[in-house]
Design a protein around this ligand. Structure first.
Ligand SMILES: Cc1cc2nc3c(=O)[nH]c(=O)nc-3n(C[C@H](O)[C@H](O)[C@H](O)COP(=O)(O)OP(=O)(O)OC[C@H]3O[C@@H](n4cnc5c(N)ncnc54)[C@H](O)[C@@H]3O)c2cc1C
Length: 412
C-alpha cells in the first residue's frame, strides 16, 4: 500500500477533529490539524449540542472505543424526551411526537456539552493538533498544497481539508463570490447554572425538558437542560486517566431570538453590547412574559452571554473535486433552529473519512471518491438547511426565505 497522504485539516472544531480521529483509526499516519484557538477552551463556542441519530452514528464511526465510552459518560442524562412548546405565559401549546430510532438505548447520546465534546474529540490526538495556528491562504505547487499561517509558517501536504467553520478562510479564497444569506434574525445565547436556576425557584415545566416559548410577536426563547451523566473531570479520571477535562457543572442553555424589525437596533449597536447589556435587553423584550420565565433569565451569566446572527448557505454546492475539500459549516452554514449543523459536520467527517480511505486503499480514484462524498453531502446538507429554515420560519413567524435572497452578508 502507498504511504497515506499527508492530510492538513484547517480547523480543530467538531468536524475537523472528528475527521482527524477517523483518519487515524483508518491508518492515516500523517494527519495534522491547524487550529487558530490557543487552547481547547480558547473562545466562546456555544454550550449544549443536540446529537441526532445520524450524528451519534458518525461520532461512533470516527472515535476509538475508549473515547466513545467517554462520550457516553459525559453526555446529557436523559430525563424527558423531546420538546414542549409554550406561549409566553407558560401555557402549554403542544408537544410534538418524536420517534427516535435509538429508542430507549441506555447508551444513547442525545445531547452533549460542546467544550466537553471537543475534549473527547481531542483524546489521543496529542501533538497532531497545532494550537494558535491561524490559516491565511494556500497555494498549489507541484501537486502539493502549501498552507500558510499567520506569523509566516507554512505546512505542505497532499490534501487540505477546509473545516474552518462558517467564516471559512479556505472557502473565501477558493470561492470568493459565495455569500451567506442573512435570515434577519438576531439571537442572544446564554447559560444559567442549574443550581442557580433551581435556587431561584425554576418551575417544574422548565426543569428537565427542552422548552420552546414563542410569543405572539414572534419573539422566541429556547431553553434546554444540560445535566451530565458523570461530571466530565470525574469521567475522564475513570476512563482515560491523564486527559485534561474541565470542572463543568450542570446548566441550562437558552437562546433568545428576535427578528431585526423587533430589535430596534442596528447591527453595530447590537454586536457591540456587553453580556450584561444583552441580558437587560432580553428582560426588556420580555416585559409582559410570565414572571417565572423572566426570573430564570434574570439569573443568566452575563459573562457567558453572546450576540449571534442567523445565517444560511443557499444553495449548498460541491467544490471542484481536487485536493482542497470542504467539510461542515465551511460548506453549509445553517441556523441553530434545527439542531443539525454539528450533526451534519459529523456526518461529513465520517463520509469523507470513508471516501479518503477508499482512495488510499486504491479502491477508487481520489477524484471519484471526493466527488461521491460531495454529491451525498450536498443532498443531506440541503435537507438539513431546509429543515432548519422551516423551523426558524415557523417559530419566528417572520422569515421569508425568498426575501433573504436579497439580504446577504459576505462569507468573510
Ligand atoms: C447557538 C448555537 C446552537 C447550536 N446548536 C446545535 C445543536 O444543538 N446541534 C447541532 O448539530 N448543531 C448546532 N449548532 C451548529 C454547530 O455549532 C455548527 O454547525 C458546528 O459547530 C459546525 O462544525 P464545524 O466543524 O464545521 O465548525 P466549527 O465547530 O465552528 O469549527 C471550526 C473551527 O475552525 C477554526 N478556525 C476558523 N478559522 C480558522 C483559521 N483561519 N485558521 C485555523 N482555524 C480556524 C475555529 O476556531 C473552529 O475551531 C449550533 C450553533 C449555534 C450558534
Amino acid at each position: 500500500m502507498e504511504p497515506s497522504p499527508r492530510t492538513i485539516i484547517i480547523g480543530g472544531g467538531i468536524g475537523g477533529l472528528a475527521l482527524a480521529q477517523g483518519l487515524r483509526q483508518a491508518g492515516f499516519g500523517d494527519v495534522v490539524v491547524h487550529e487558530r484557538d490557543r487552547s481547547p477552551v480558547g473562545r466562546m463556542q456555544g454550550y449544549r449540542l443536540r446529537i441526532s441519530p445520524e450524528g451519534e452514528r458518525a461520532l461512533r464511526a470516527c472515535l476509538p472505543r475508549r473515547a466513545q465510552d467517554l462520550l457516553v459518560a459525559t453526555s446529557n442524562a436523559r430525563r424527558q424526551e423531546g420538546l414542549v412548546a409554550y406561549d409566553e405565559q407558560l401555557v402549554k401549546a403542544w408537544a410534538p411526537e418524536f420517534s427516535d430510532p435509538r429508542g430507549d438505548d441506555p447508551d444513547k447520546v442525545d445531547a452533549v456539552d460542546r467544550v466537553t465534546l471537543r475534549r473527547v474529540l481531542l483524546a489521543g490526538l496529542g501533538d497532531a493538533v497545532r494550537w494558535g495556528s491561524r490559516f491565511t491562504h494556500y497555494e498549489e505547487v507541484d501537486g502539493k498544497v502549501v498552507a500558510h499561517f499567520a506569523g509566516g509558517h507554512r505546512d505542505t501536504g497532499d490534501l487540505l481539508i477546509a473545516a474552518d467553520g462558517a467564516n471559512s478562510q479556505v472557502r473565501a479564497q477558493l470561492r470568493p463570490d459565495d455569500r451567506h444569506h442573512d435570515l434577519g434574525v438576531r439571537a442572544i445565547l446564554t447559560r444559567t447554572p442549574r443550581a442557580t436556576a433551581i435556587g431561584a425557584g425554576i418551575p417544574d415545566v422548565l426543569r428537565d425538558q427542552f422548552v420552546n416559548v414563542t410569543a405572539p410577536d414572534g419573539v422566541r426563547l429556547a431553553w434546554m437542560p444540560m445535566v451530565f451523566r458523570t461530571p466530565p473531570r470525574e469521567a475522564a479520571a475513570r476512563l482515560w486517566p491523564g486527559l485534561e477535562f474541565d470542572d463543568t457543572g450542570d446548566y441550562y442553555m437558552s437562546v433568545f431570538s428576535v427578528h431585526q424589525d423587533h430589535l430596534g437596533l442596528t447591527d453595530d449597536a447590537f454586536f457591540a453590547m456587553s453580556g450584561a447589556e444583552l441580558c437587560r435587553l432580553v428582560l426588556d423584550k420580555t416585559a409582559g412574559w410570565h414572571p417565572d420565565l423572566r426570573n430564570v433569565f434574570a439569573h443568566a451569566q452575563p459573562e457567558e452571554t453572546y450576540p449571534l446572527a442567523l445565517r444560511a448557505t443557499m444553495p449548498v454546492e460541491a467544490w471542484p473535486a481536487g485536493p482542497v475539500i470542504p467539510l461542515g459549516d465551511a460548506a453549509h452554514t445553517m441556523p441553530p433552529t434545527g439542531g443539525v449543523g454539528a450533526n451534519t459536520a459529523l456526518r461529513d467527517a465520517a463520509g469523507l473519512c470513508r471516501a479518503l480511505t477508499a482512495a488510499f486503499r486504491g479502491e477508487r480514484s481520489l477524484v471519484d471518491a471526493v466527488t461521491a462524498y460531495q454529491r451525498e453531502m450536498v443532498g443531506y446538507a440541503t435537507e438539513a438547511i431546509d429543515m432548519s429554515l422551516r423551523i426558524a420560519k415557523w417559530s419566528m413567524k417572520k422569515i421569508d426565505v425568498n426575501e433573504t435572497e436579497h439580504s446577504t452578508t459576505p462569507a468573510q
